[in-house]
Design a binder for this molecule. Structure first.
Ligand code: NDP
Ligand code: HEM
Length: 505
């Protein structure tokens, strides 16, 4: 060791350690002494290494990069990070699967999370999207139930096709997303070859206070590439970290993945007369009516130096918006505005915004103080209250409003069934999607659905086949036939050992 030139090993308190192999004992054979702080510190820290994994999206991979404005959108959005073509903003992106645990397979049939954190001069902007433009449900009250059906059966701790299809067939608003999930896009070939969508409707406000409803699309510059069901199943066993490895290796090779950003903008007045509720997360806005307008490009060019510090501790939240970007009345978005920061306080502690990966690049100047794991200067000697009469303390900036005021149609508060939702059609858009798929994608969709649904009980299957029949009669007929063939062929196989692949939930 005489020639070793690295740093001196220390314990957590910085004390130099002379021996990291032998605990302090009485004699060679005696018991260990409680005075061995190095041992106690090392064991105790190890005992506390795990933090709760994310309740959803637990398995993921991340990378750093930048966002660059390619086209001027200042006529509809005043956000400073968008204010001039060529402007670059540092960002950090985390991709994920949804239902599996943090050690689960990257290639599972599942939506993919696609969350981008922008470190702007006006604070953090998180775009916490998925690789699909729609979602399974349209009211956040259903979210915990929906997620439970994608997780493990409380009795058997197994993934359960009955839970999965029971819920989905009773909630037909899910069929648009289910169709995408069981199409080839349900198993993307890693994270580089898929699109991202903000999915919700947001509000963009310009410098004159004029607002638009918007949807954000970020399309892969690598092109869409999917795995076949067989490839995805095989990789789930042979290389469960396939997508994580692919992202990291591509960046190491200098093949920096990129995505082009587009916005669909709808004048506020259009929302009132739109055919369906434009804030409904189970629906898209047709491109023909609201064309995509390009505004930027994101490039990922740096791998994390430490997974836990940068990826596991990353705390994204749809509530992290900058002036010029605001929520819409989308009920799902409204639910998410609460849920993320709430779970971060539980998963990472009340000072999660002080953790370097989550910290804004501009100063956090306010009157919040103390709390578990305060690791910044905690406001120093400045007053911890407002208003105060001390010079130079943080004060609000009324000349730059952070909330756009507008007259909503509103109404009395209560738990309301939305009439427009009750009357609306859940089937036309998924039907249109089925009909625009090439023949081979239709075949894969039907085979994937049949493979999965055939493991569910017959009355549940029947209900879901009817949901698909309403989208497209031909789809319903072919699915019915494919399931009948599958069930006949597999009648000697037990449900759990049969064609219900756990990795494919
Ligand atoms: P368009 O024909 O203008 O849009 C079709 C869009 O569908 C494409 O731009 C593409 O969007 C996406 N798409 C194409 N092939 C597939 C496929 N095999 N699987 C999944 N998505 C595909 O018509 P509309 O805007 O009226 O949309 C028709 C249907 O397309 C919708 O009901 C929806 O299911 C689906 N779709 C629509 C999107 C939208 O924002 N309007 C976005 C994605 C899907 P992309 O390049 O984003 O993949
Ligand atoms: C993660 C809640 C809908 C995308 C999470 C987490 C929670 C949550 C609690 C874990 C966060 C963490 O521990 O860091 C909800 C609720 C929803 C909802 C209550 C509906 C009411 C959606 C939708 C999308 C989405 C519609 C996409 C459009 C994501 C992504 C992550 C995530 C990408 C992972 C973020 C990361 O990489 O850390 N969600 N979610 N969620 N959710 Fe949702």
């Amino acid at each position: 060791m005489g020639s070793y030139r690295g740093p001196i090993l220390t314990n957590g308190a910085g004390h130099p350690v002379s021996d990291d192999n032998n605990s302090v004992t009485i004699g060679e054979t005696g018991s260990i002494l409680l005075e061995d702080f190095h041992l106690l510190d090392k064991l105790a820290h190890f005992d506390r290494e795990r933090i709760p994994e994310r309740v959803v999206h637990a398995k993921g991979a991340g990378a750093h990069g930048y966002f660059e404005v390619t086209h001027d959108v200042s006529d509809i959005c005043k956000a400073k990070f968008l204010d001039r073509v060529g402007k670059r903003t540092r960002c950090f992106t985390r991709f994920s699967t949804v239902g599996g645990e943090s050690g689960s397979a990257d290639t599972a049939r599942d939506p993919r999370g696609f969350a981008v954190k922008f470190y702007t001069e006006e604070g953090i902007y998180d775009l916490v999207g998925n690789n699909t433009p729609v979602f399974f449900i349209r009211d956040p009250l259903k979210f915990p139930d929906f997620i439970h059906t994608q997780k493990r059966n409380p009795e058997t701790h197994l993934k359960d096709p009955d839970m999965f299809w029971d819920f989905l067939s009773l909630v037909p608003e899910s069929v648009h997303q289910v169709m995408i999930l069981f199409s080839p896009r349900g198993t993307p070939d890693g994270y580089r070859f898929m699109n991202g969508y903000g999915s919700h409707t947001f509000k963009w406000v310009n410098d004159h206070g004029k607002a638009h409803w918007v949807k954000i699309h970020y399309k892969t510059d690598q092109g869409i590439k999917n795995l076949t069901t067989e490839q995805a199943d095989h990789l789930a066993g042979s290389d469960p970290d396939y997508a994580t490895r692919d992202l990291s290796n591509a960046i190491k090779r200098g093949e920096y993945p990129s995505w082009t950003f587009y916005v669909q903008a709808m004048p506020l007045e259009d929302a009132e007369r739109f055919d369906w509720d434009p804030f409904d997360l189970t629906k898209v806005w047709p491109h023909k009516q609201y064309p995509l307008r390009q505004f930027g490009r994101m490039v990922l060019n740096r791998n994390p130096a430490n997974y836990f510090a940068e990826v596991e501790q990353a705390a994204f939240s749809p509530a992290h918006m900058v002036p010029g970007i605001e929520p819409s009345p989308d009920r799902m978005l409204q639910g998410r505005l609460f849920s993320y920061d709430d779970t971060h306080r539980h998963r990472l502690g009340p000072n999660y915004l002080q953790i370097p990966i989550n910290r804004p690049i501009n100063p956090q100047s306010n009157h919040q103080r103390d709390g578990l794991m305060t690791v910044n200067e905690n406001g120093g000697a400045m007053p911890n209250y407002f208003p105060n009469s001390v010079e130079g303390t943080p004060a609000p900036q009324p000349q730059r409003p952070d909330v756009h005021m507008y007259q909503s149609k509103g109404g009395a508060i209560g738990r309301k069934v939305f009439k427009k939702w009750q009357e609306q059609d859940d089937y036309s858009q998924p039907g249109a999607l089925f009909r625009l798929m090439p023949k081979n994608e239709q075949d894969q969709l039907i085979a994937n659905l049949a493979g999965h649904m055939s493991a569910a009980k017959e009355h549940i299957r029947r209900r879901e086949i009817e949901v698909f029949r309403r989208c497209d009669a031909e789809l319903g007929r072919r699915l019915d036939q494919a399931i009948a063939d599958k069930v006949r062929g597999a009648s000697h196989v037990s449900v759990n050992a049969g064609n219900f692949a756990v990795a494919n939930l």
